[in-house]
Design a protein around this ligand. Structure first.
Ligand code: FAD
Length: 473
């Protein structure tokens, strides 16, 4: 019997649930990846770092599979048509894939499964991208968790070595079937995309890139708790893009953190649990796509301020920590977690703009964009989500900046116009006396924008805006 493994956000040939199960139960196993035109056509630009990352990772995966006697059959087109057609042409008995929890992907997979069924071909999907999925971790009354801390407690209590055990793909690799001799991976141009600055940024793709980051982070993990909140320091793992596209294994990472123990590894494991948490929120409550987790928050009336939104997107708000963060995402597709919280709070609570606008902007820009985590993060910051920041607790962008970028090292990295502004004024440069602005070569309103809003006034407006919920939330 033969099977086809359909790779999606799991671009690796080790510890891979669908590949393992297919190899174990079939004599011949083909592997395929589809550059899905339904997804690619909707992207805002033809120069997209994610597509370049995926492309490079697919080239690497093909080479890795070829070295074991297999290889990747790569197609470009609507996956819902391509996969059934390919499965029929290869005359396989079944298609295997790892599960996706996003509503659009669930609908696509149901469609593919139905089309395969009509052809007499089976479709099986597997848990792979999370440690616990769907309803595996529930409250005592068998309902999904919507608060993180008890979820985490239950997650840790449910964990056994089995959940973190790697799928031994190697053992069964002999069943890998070679694709036709003329199969090759199309170039980036052939799928309609242009190169980006990914290489220049030093973002290493594929399993090899993931491995380098894992090895580097494991040397620093003990210091994670102390360093993770400071964007100018190398305190975090930078693994999110690899977790997004499955060039690393969540089981391997969670197992390493769990085995290591200590405050650094435990805090990092907590972040991986947040990842599972938001996946199960999305699974149980797909209405969070476009709607507030707490529906009463959809009564909040946001301001539509195109000028202010553009200033936020382009890093011209006059608040250095916000502007430096936005320039980081625009330049690299990455933004540090502390900064994501700060800019999301700024957009919603200082500019009064709907969180969905920011969510969409992040979705377009982030290399690690993941619907579950991004939606969760935005609803947290906007106070509309499960276990969110209470609406009356509003980040002050200046004090956040003083606390987490005390010398302005991060700010100066992205805002060279503020290079000579003294540390004391770097977080609120409009408070620097005009004569000193001249001396520092940074005249506010000329070399760097004046603040687009006054934080204290914005705060009052936000408290009034959320006031419609008084007594309810
Ligand atoms: P580390 O600190 O090293 O964390 C390790 C891993 O844990 C991350 O790679 C990620 O997979 C996971 N993780 C960490 N924090 C969270 C979290 N709060 N929620 C879910 N998973 C988490 N993360 C994404 O992967 N994709 C997104 O689209 C995304 N959008 C966000 C939007 C907002 C407004 C906010 C506040 C957070 C968002 N996050 C998102 C979560 C977090 O900011 C990133 O995962 C993290 O900054 C990635 O950097 P890292 O890999 O160095 O993280």
């Amino acid at each position: 019997s033969s099977a086809l493994v359909w790779f999606r956000r799991d671009l690796r040939d080790f510890d891979h649930a669908a590949l393992y199960h297919a190899l174990k139960t079939h004599r011949r196993v083909f592997c395929a990846f589809v550059f899905d035109s339904e997804i690619l056509d909707a992207l805002p630009s033809r120069a997209d770092r994610r597509v370049e990352f995926i492309h490079a990772s697919v080239v690497e995966l093909d080479a890795a599979l070829r070295a074991r006697g297999g290889g990747l059959i790569v197609r470009h087109g609507p996956a819902r048509d391509v996969i059934p057609a390919l499965a029929a042409a290869l005359q396989v008995n079944a298609v295997f894939a790892n599960r996706d929890y996003e509503p659009q992907a669930i609908a696509r997979d149901a469609d593919v499964a139905e089309r395969l069924r009509v052809l007499g071909i089976g479709f099986s999907d597997f848990k792979d991208q999370v440690v616990f999925e769907k309803s595996e971790v529930l409250t005592k009354s068998s309902t999904p968790f919507s608060v993180f801390t008890p979820y985490k407690r239950a997650w840790l209590a449910a964990l056994t070595p089995f959940h973190l055990k790697a799928y031994p793909v190697d053992k069964y690799a002999a069943a890998l079937a070679a694709p036709a001799p003329d199969e090759r991976v199309p170039s980036l141009a052939e799928i309609g995309f242009e190169p980006t600055n990914l290489g220049e940024l030093g973002i290493a793709c594929g399993m090899a890139g993931g491995r380098v980051l894992v090895d580097d982070f494991m040397k620093r993990i003990d210091r994670y708790k102390r360093g993770r909140d400071f964007p100018a320091r190398k305190g975090v793992s930078y693994l999110s893009v690899h977790l997004r596209f499955g060039t690393v294994s969540i089981r391997e990472l969670a197992a390493a953190a769990h085995a290591r123990g200590g405050e650094g590894a435990e805090t990092w494991l907590s972040e991986l649990i947040w990842r599972d948490f938001y996946f199960q929120i999305l699974w149980h409550h797909p209405r969070v796509v476009g709607g507030s987790f707490r529906p009463e928050f959809d009564r909040v009336a946001w301001d539509a301020e195109p000028g202010l939104f553009a200033a936020w997107c382009e890093g011209r708000t006059g608040y250095p920590i916000v502007d430096a963060a936005m320039r980081q995402i625009n330049h690299s597709g990455y933004m540090h977690n502390r900064l994501r919280m700060i800019v999301a709070s700024f957009l919603t609570k200082d500019l009064g703009i709907d969180w969905r606008e920011g969510e969409k902007y992040f979705a377009d820009q982030l290399n690690d964009f993941d619907l579950a985590a991004n939606n969760g993060g935005w609803q947290w910051a906007a106070s509309t989500g499960c276990d969110a920041q209470p609406w009356f607790r509003i980040f002050n962008p200046v004090t956040q900046s003083e606390k987490f970028d005390p010398e302005g090292a991060f700010i100066r990295r992205y805002l060279p116009e503020l290079a000579k502004v003294p540390d004391k004024y770097i977080h609120a440069p409009w408070t620097l006396p005009p004569i000193d602005q001249k001396l520092a070569g940074c005249v506010i309103g000329v070399d760097y924008p004046a603040p687009v809003v006054d934080h204290a006034q914005a705060r009052e407006r936000t408290l009034a805006r959320f006031g419609v919920l008084k007594g309810e939330a």
